[in-house]
Structure formats: C-alpha cells, structure tokens
Design a protein around this ligand. Structure first.
Ligand code: NAD
Ligand code: USQ
Length: 383
C-alpha cells in the first residue's frame, strides 16, 4: 500500500515513515521543513543532532534497501499539494504536517494567525485535493486529546450520546481546547467531519495525547536516523522535558500545583497506532475518531517518577513548582476512553522504570547540547 506521510521530517512523522517502510508500505514523505526554520527563528535546537532529510533518507535506504520518496513543499500551496497527490497516488495519507506547539501559538497575534492559517488551510487544501484527485484515499489525521479540554465528565471517543428534553442523539463531543493551537485542531476536526459527510471522503482523526520517548526500532539503527527530541520551553513537552532537565541538573519545571492530568503515550505506540488505523480504514463517508493514548498521569506525578528514576541513577533531581504560564485548571476530573485502538490490537508500552532509565541515559549522552537558557517557559497565556 502506498502511504504519504505529511510532516514526515518531524518527531512523530519521521518515526512513522520508517516504521511503515520497514513493514512493507511504499512510503513518501511530504514536508516543507518549516519546523527546522521555526527552531532557527526561536534560536533553539533539538537535544539530538538531526541530519538533513536527504541524508536521513539515503541512510534508511542503506539499512533497509527501501527508498522513501521526498516531496519538499507546503500544503498551504494547493498547486504543489495536488501535484504531489497526482504523482504519488497514495491509498492512505497520514497528516502530521502542522504547527504543533501550544506555547508557539500563544506568543502573539502573528504566531496565533500563523498557526491557524498553516493548520486549518493546510488541512482544508488536503480535503479539496483528496475530493478532486483521490476520493477513495483514507485520511489519517493527527488531532489531539487537548481538543476536549478537561470536562467534569468522562471523555468519549469523538462522540457522545445525549438525551435532552426527551429526545436523544449522538453528537460530536464538546470541545474546550486550551490554546490557539489546540483550537486549530478543533477547526480541522469540524472541516474533516463535514467533508466526509458532503463528499463521502473517509477519515480517521487520531486524538493523540502527549508523546514521550525517542527511540523506535528503526530510528535507533543509526545515528543518522536519530529522531528529534525537543526540550525547550516552546516545543518541548512535559515528560521529555523533565528527563532532559534531570540529566543536566535543572530543577524540574512543574507549572502550578502539577495537578493537571493529561493522557500520554510512548512514541513506539504512536507509530503502531497509525499503522493500525491505516490497516483498518474508515468506511467511505465516515469520520472516525480514536483517542490515541495509553495512560493518564498528572504532571506532578510524572515529575516525581523522573525524580525517583534520576535519584536511583545518582542524579540530583529537584522539583520546582513555577507560576503557571498557561491558563488551565490545575485540579480537575480527567477520565478519557481509549478502547478503539486497543480493540484493533494495540499492545501498549506502559511507562516503566526501564523507559525512564533509557530516556535519562539518552539525555545524559547528549547533555552538552542543552542550552540551559531555553528551558524555562517564556510564553504567557495572559499577555
Ligand atoms: P513536529 O513539529 O516535530 O513535526 C511536524 C512536521 O510538519 C515538521 O517537520 C514540519 O516541517 C511539518 N509541517 C508543518 N506545517 C507544514 C505545512 N504547512 N506543510 C508541510 N509540512 C509542514 O511535530 P510532531 O511532534 O511530530 O507532531 C506531529 C503531529 O502530531 C502534529 O499534528 C501534532 O499536533 C500531533 N501531536 C503531537 C504530539 C506530541 O506530543 N508531539 C501529541 C499529540 C498530537
Ligand atoms: N507542563 C508543565 N511543565 C512543563 C511543560 C508542561 O507542567 O515544563 C504542563 C502544561 O502546563 C500542561 C501539560 O504539562 O498542563 C502538558 O503540556 P505539554 O507542553 O507537555 O503538552 P501540550 O502543550 O498539551 O502539547 C503537546 C504537543 C501537542 C499535542 C498535545 C497533546 O505539543 O502537539 O497536541 O501535547 S494533549 O496534551 O493531549 O493535548
């Protein structure tokens, strides 16, 4: 099967492209490389020394004998996008190609607009291009658990059945996202749902939790295949940041009380979930939603787990509670369903001492590359 991975030079996309290629899918990567540009603009670098995309692809060919096709361009450019779809003719498209940082989207008006134009227009172009050239292709779109926010009831997978004034219906689950980035994902979901309804497209929205870890079977084969691992205050995410902070002796940056609970998954499960979604496509006209995570943790609990693992390795780990730069509930109910992917056969990697040890050791290996100035959060939701 031919699969186009949009955003295939990024953290989730690179690991997924290699995972699918290793399993016999014919894979092409489409990426504008804009994420490398945003890093330069912010003056940040991934912990790991990622190589040029062409070098990565050559190296993968050397290891696997398989060539990934590469299309460098921006999906907000409709001409480029439609030419790519006509030339590669994928049967499934995995769409990771968005601006994915909540703090980046909250820097100022320009970054909020950039985020929403990039994400919403990119996805809308993709829907039109699929309608025009590949109406039977399956769209596997990366959404986020953050679309739901933190409601005081259980979170279902995309839809909820409600009885109101004696009548009953199954409706899209209410959305209460916490940043202009998370809002862009909600807008995408609505656009995709509508396109499935009116044009009969088939799509799966993978509402993914926070991803942690760096190594997958394929990216660990060679240093040239190494994946990015962000630790800075804009693109770094909770558990990855805590491990890198522990490795360099920086107090762990828990925002507020740390009672914020989120859903998490290992990057080795990200690649597997996408594969499961592709192998079991949505029916024509159907907009499916899967909650893609394996466990729930509060950020305070994660910090304590990293402290325990770090201390056992001889690191001196302190936990610091900073004033929360975000506007979010710090103590709340959070219980989300995740049965759809499990019933397709996902066998989760649960967060374990060995994963924490390997992530900490990985961070220690590259700790000379850490710029301590980039660790504290500088973007405030209130400004
Ligand atoms: P990333 O920034 O590492 O990768 C995104 C890639 O998309 C980059 O290589 C970037 O150059 C490319 N891109 C962005 N806009 C593009 C455009 N208009 N045209 C072409 N390419 C474009 O991000 P990631 O962490 O790999 O996240 C991938 C997807 O998964 C995102 O949609 C994100 O919202 C979602 N997600 C990520 C996480 C996480 O913890 N990393 C969690 C949940 C959901
Ligand atoms: N947090 C801290 N300390 C830190 C970093 C974060 O306490 O140093 C807290 C935040 O305040 C928040 C939680 O940890 O309550 C998660 O923050 P995060 O930066 O790890 O994740 P988030 O901003 O939600 O975004 C990340 C990805 C995004 C994806 C989302 C999934 O960047 O692309 O959509 O995770 S989810 O969180 O389920 O919405």
């Amino acid at each position: 099967m031919k699969v186009l991975v949009i955003g295939g030079d990024g953290y989730c996309g690179w690991a997924t492209a290699l995972h699918l290629s290793a399993r016999g899918y014919e894979v092409a990567i489409l990426d504008s490389l804009v994420r490398r540009h945003w890093d330069l603009e912010l003056g940040v670098e991934t912990l790991t020394p990622i190589t040029a995309i062409q070098k990565r692809i050559d190296c993968w060919q050397g290891h696997s004998g398989k060539r990934l096709e590469l299309f460098v361009g921006d999906i907000t450019n409709y001409e480029f996008l439609s030419q790519t779809l006509r030339s590669f003719e994928p049967e499934a498209i995995v769409h990771f190609g968005e601006q994915r940082s909540a703090p980046f989207s909250m820097i100022d008006r320009e970054h909020a607009v950039l985020t929403q134009v990039n994400n919403v227009v990119g996805t809308l172009n993709l829907l039109y291009a699929m309608k025009e050239f590949l109406p039977d292709c399956h769209l596997v779109k990366l959404g986020t658990m953050g679309e739901y926010g933190t409601p005081n009831i259980d979170i279902e997978e995309g839809y909820i059945t409600i009885e109101h004034n004696g009548r009953k219906d199954t409706l899209p689950y209410p959305k209460q996202p916490g940043s202009f980035y998370h809002l862009s994902k909600v807008h995408d979901s609505h656009n995709i749902h509508f396109a499935c309804k009116v044009w009969g497209l088939r799509a799966t929205d993978l509402n993914q939790g926070v991803v942690y870890g760096v190594l997958t079977e394929e990216t660990g084969l060679d240093e040239v295949l190494i994946n990015r691992l962000d630790y800075d205050g804009v693109f770094g995410t909770a558990l990855n940041r805590f491990c890198i902070q522990a490795a360099v002796g920086h107090p762990l940056t828990v925002y507020g009380t740390g009672g914020q609970t989120r859903s998490f998954l290992d990057i080795r499960d990200t690649v597997r979930c996408v594969e499961l979604a592709i192998a079991n496509p949505a029916e024509s006209g159907k907009f499916r939603v899967f909650n893609q995570f394996t466990e729930l943790f509060s950020v305070g609990d994660l910090a304590m787990m990293v402290k325990k693992a770090g201390t056992a390795m001889g690191l001196d780990v302190e936990v610091n509670h900073l004033d929360n730069p975000r506007v979010e509930l710090e103590e709340h109910y959070f219980n989300a369903k995740n049965t759809n992917l499990l019933s397709l056969g996902l066998q989760p990697h649960f967060l374990s001492d060995s994963l924490l040890d390997s992530l900490l050791n990985f961070a220690i290996r590259y700790k000379e590359r850490v710029d301590a100035q980039q660790i504290l959060p500088k973007v405030s939701w209130r400004r």
